[in-house]
Design a protein around this ligand. Structure first.
Ligand SMILES: [Mg+2]
Length: 272
């Protein structure tokens, strides 16, 4: 199948059918491999990312599902951070948008090649701190494989100064490229790797590219679109809520609560 992005079919997320009560239809008699975004999918979006705590109920749901089929959490957060938030040892974790992957039996690997970008990230971080420390409210957040420049709390007349300085630093490092965000500007490794590539990598690695396995991806982010697109015609994609742009997803769920309801339905079905 041609996987070039021009072949991806997209539509308005509001027109998607709900995934609830459709487990049988979705699975087509196959066993799912379930991929889940974290923020906005398993937890509500909150202002302080440290407060996006997984409820015990959702943790219990994930644990029961993972006893029936492979389950992976795929997030833009650092992998160690997601692991710490979820606290389940029978799941796979793909952090940094898939650059950093771990799983049961001490599996740990970084398949996207991002380690080579660390020196550039370190230097860019120092540059940004120097350029932005005099601007009130500007925050340079270093993640393992990205730098997020936050300007939500910067006075409006100084925002362009933050953006220009960030763009300026970015242009010095060919190893880095910009990433999209809300009131943030992200610098990330300039590599052809994303959540969709990580999903395919995991399917390959776990020997799940088989006719009796169906990949199922649930997420709410623009970065999840890469995974929706990668699975088109090969799996089922479910958009949580809606975003402003068109989506490559097949179904939708309204909320974190509906995600949990769906995962419970799925687990029940697999247990029968
Ligand atoms: Mg999300």
């Amino acid at each position: 199948m041609n996987s070039s992005s021009s072949q991806v079919q997209k539509q308005d997320g509001k027109n998607l059918p709900s995934a609830l009560k459709k487990v049988k239809e979705l699975l087509q008699g196959k066993t799912p491999a379930v991929f889940l975004d974290y923020d906005g999918c398993l937890t509500h979006i909150v202002k302080d990312p440290d407060k996006a705590i997984l409820t015990d109920g959702m943790r219990n749901t994930l644990q029961q599902l993972a006893a029936e089929c492979p389950v992976a959490v795929v997030s833009g957060r650092d992998r160690a951070n997601v692991e710490q938030l979820v606290q389940l040892n029978n799941l796979y974790y793909a952090g940094s948008h898939g650059f950093d992957i771990s799983g049961p039996n001490n599996m740990h690997t970084e398949p996207g090649g991002a380690a080579a970008a660390i020196p550039a990230l370190d230097k860019a971080q120092a540059d940004l701190n120097e350029r932005l420390n005099k601007i009130d409210g500007a925050l340079v957040e270093r993640k393992r494989y990205a730098i997020a420049v936050h300007y939500r709390n910067v006075a409006e007349e100084q925002v362009s100064e933050v953006l220009e300085a960030t763009q300026d630093v970015l242009s010095k490092y060919k190893e880095l490229k910009p990433g999209p965000g809300k009131k943030i500007m992200e610098l990330k490794p300039n590599l052809d790797w994303h959540k969709g590539k990580a999903v395919h990598w995991l399917l390959e690695e776990l020997n799940l590219k088989k006719s009796d396995i169906i990949p199922l991806y649930i997420g709410d982010d623009l970065t999840d679109e890469d995974a929706f697109a990668a699975l088109q015609g090969k799996g089922v994609s479910i958009l949580v809520g809606e975003h402003d742009e068109e989506t490559a997803a097949d179904y939708r769920l309204e909320s974190v609560e509906e995600v949990q309801e769906f995962l419970i339905e799925l687990t029940q079905y697999l247990k029968e």
